[in-house]
Design a protein around this ligand. Structure first.
Ligand SMILES: [Cu+2]
Length: 101
């Protein structure tokens, strides 16, 4: 186990809240980095739209930066969203993304 923890929505995985999404919906997700480190945030199984219109599957959040992404729920299943600094993900910076039936 890592000697320190990183969190999403206030808690380290798996103690944090599951992110629920409904199939065939497009949602706006606010990614807010409240730390002094950069975090490349990645969502499995999906791409998302950045405010400038680019479609990506990872967005680099600078320290204290907030970015709203447009996520289309078009790939039902159980997925993970996490920091792509794997040592952060391994320290809890992950969240489950689950489709509601
Ligand atoms: Cu990170």
């Amino acid at each position: 186990m890592s000697p320190y923890q990183w969190a999403i929505n206030g808690a380290a995985f798996p103690r944090n809240r599951t992110l629920a999404i409904e199939n065939a919906k497009r949602v706006s997700v606010q990614l807010e980095n409240t730390t002094m480190m950069a975090h490349p945030m990645h969502i499995h199984g999906h791409t998302f739209a950045l405010p400038n219109g680019l479609r990506k599957d990872t967005v680099l959040l600078k320290p204290m930066q907030t970015v709203a992404i447009g996520l289309e729920a078009n790939n039902p299943g159980n997925w993970m969203a996490h920091c792509h600094n794997i040592y952060h993900a391994e320290a809890g910076m992950m969240a489950a993304l689950v489709y509601q039936s």
